[in-house]
Design a protein around this ligand. Structure first.
Ligand SMILES: C[C@H](O)[C@H](O)[C@H]1CNC2=NC(N)=NC(=O)C2=N1
Length: 125
């Protein structure tokens, strides 16, 4: 049973639509971060080349949207965290990017078993 989640959306967002879209992403193994203001997921790929293609595909859209992730790569594993700083919270931009991650990861044949539950690689502080 998943923990109870109470996403905190950015001001001005359509709460009903955001709730539905966030729920769909949670079904796809995205998780809310500890502040409930961001979405995160680790994707595992069969090869490093696929992981890098994934980062580059998502990177193109981040430049177009001017919306930037927290991103960590360790060999074949890629961790994304999306949140919006202004106005603070989870926004439709984050949902858009998370959905794009799903689409591109599927296209590249990411591994849906045996790894996506693993923790994100530790950040260097
Ligand atoms: C001024 C500029 O548009 C903002 O700083 C953008 C840049 N990239 C961003 N990226 C993310 N993830 N959230 C933001 O709120 C954000 N804001």
């Amino acid at each position: 049973m998943a923990d109870t989640v109470q996403p905190r959306f950015s001001e001005g967002e359509n709460g009903g639509r955001m709730m539905a879209e966030t729920a769909a992403l949670l079904e796809s193994k995205w998780a809310l971060d500890e502040t409930q203001q961001g979405l995160e997921k680790t994707f595992n790929f069969p090869t490093y080349a696929k992981a890098l293609d994934f980062i580059l595909l998502i990177g193109v859209e981040t430049k177009l949207q001017n919306h930037h992730p927290e991103l960590r790569n360790s060999y074949k594993s890629v961790f994304y965290h999306w949140t919006t700083h202004q106005p603070r919270g989870l926004s439709s931009k984050d949902v858009h990017m998370a959905r794009l991650c799903e689409e591109k990861a599927k296209l590249l044949g990411y591994l849906t078993r045996g790894g996506n539950e693993q923790k994100a690689p530790p950040s260097v502080t």
